[in-house]
Design a protein around this ligand. Structure first.
Ligand SMILES: [Zn+2]
Length: 196
């Protein structure tokens, strides 16, 4: 059974300021891998809105929104075929569907790339999970966000770390306004792009 039928396919938005260099860094935002975590989805929209409102921007934003449409529609963590999307990322040579292929084609484009995978969990504080030294090195850019090392087989950020892509899993919580987290993440992503 295909993971995504045409009518519930996730969207891939390419958002870039006019005049941005063709080889500008890319911030890839993935949301909605877990259909029962809609705050992650909202965080992606807020990033896109912040991009539109910013006067200048040094990076291109790629939003893979609603990665698991069936799960979102049913408020379930899993996909229609029963798998946990964030437990089966194998890397560019082990893609399971078109979405994975499209994500990896951006990650392997040869440009600087930062991947942010948006989720939500219970608890009072939002968190950034990283999987290794590449992710850990991002900590100074997201200073007010607690960083936690949480390697997990098959998760997207782990697959990124394994293939040389800087990546974080961002976990929103209902214990703190999403707008605050969105500002922290936006600032971190902007500083990453400026770091060059
Ligand atoms: Zn999740």
């Amino acid at each position: 059974m295909p993971s995504h039928t045409q009518e519930n396919a996730p969207h891939h938005a390419i958002i870039r300021k006019p005049g941005l260099a063709a080889d500008a860094p890319i911030v890839v935002v993935v949301t909605g891998q877990h259909g029962n975590e809609p705050m992650g989805l909202e965080l992606g929209w807020q990033m896109a809105a912040a991009y539109k409102m910013a006067e200048t921007c040094r990076f291109e934003l790629r939003l893979f929104g609603g990665a698991n449409p069936w799960g979102l529609r049913h408020l379930l963590r899993e996909m229609e075929d029963g798998r946990d999307m964030n437990a089966t990322w194998g890397g560019p040579d082990a893609c399971r569907d078109d979405l994975e292929r499209e994500v990896w084609s951006v990650l392997r484009s040869g440009r600087r790339v930062l991947l942010l995978d948006m989720h939500s969990q219970s608890g009072t504080l939002p968190l950034a999970y990283y999987d290794g030294p590449l992710g850990q090195a991002l900590e100074p850019l997201f200073r007010s966000l607690p960083f936690v090392c949480k390697p997990k087989a098959g998760c997207l950020t782990g697959a990124c770390e394994a293939h040389g892509v800087e990546a974080l899993t961002i976990e929103a919580t209902s214990g703190q306004p999403l707008g605050l987290l969105s500002q922290v993440v936006w600032k971190g992503a902007s500083q990453w792009a400026e770091r060059g």
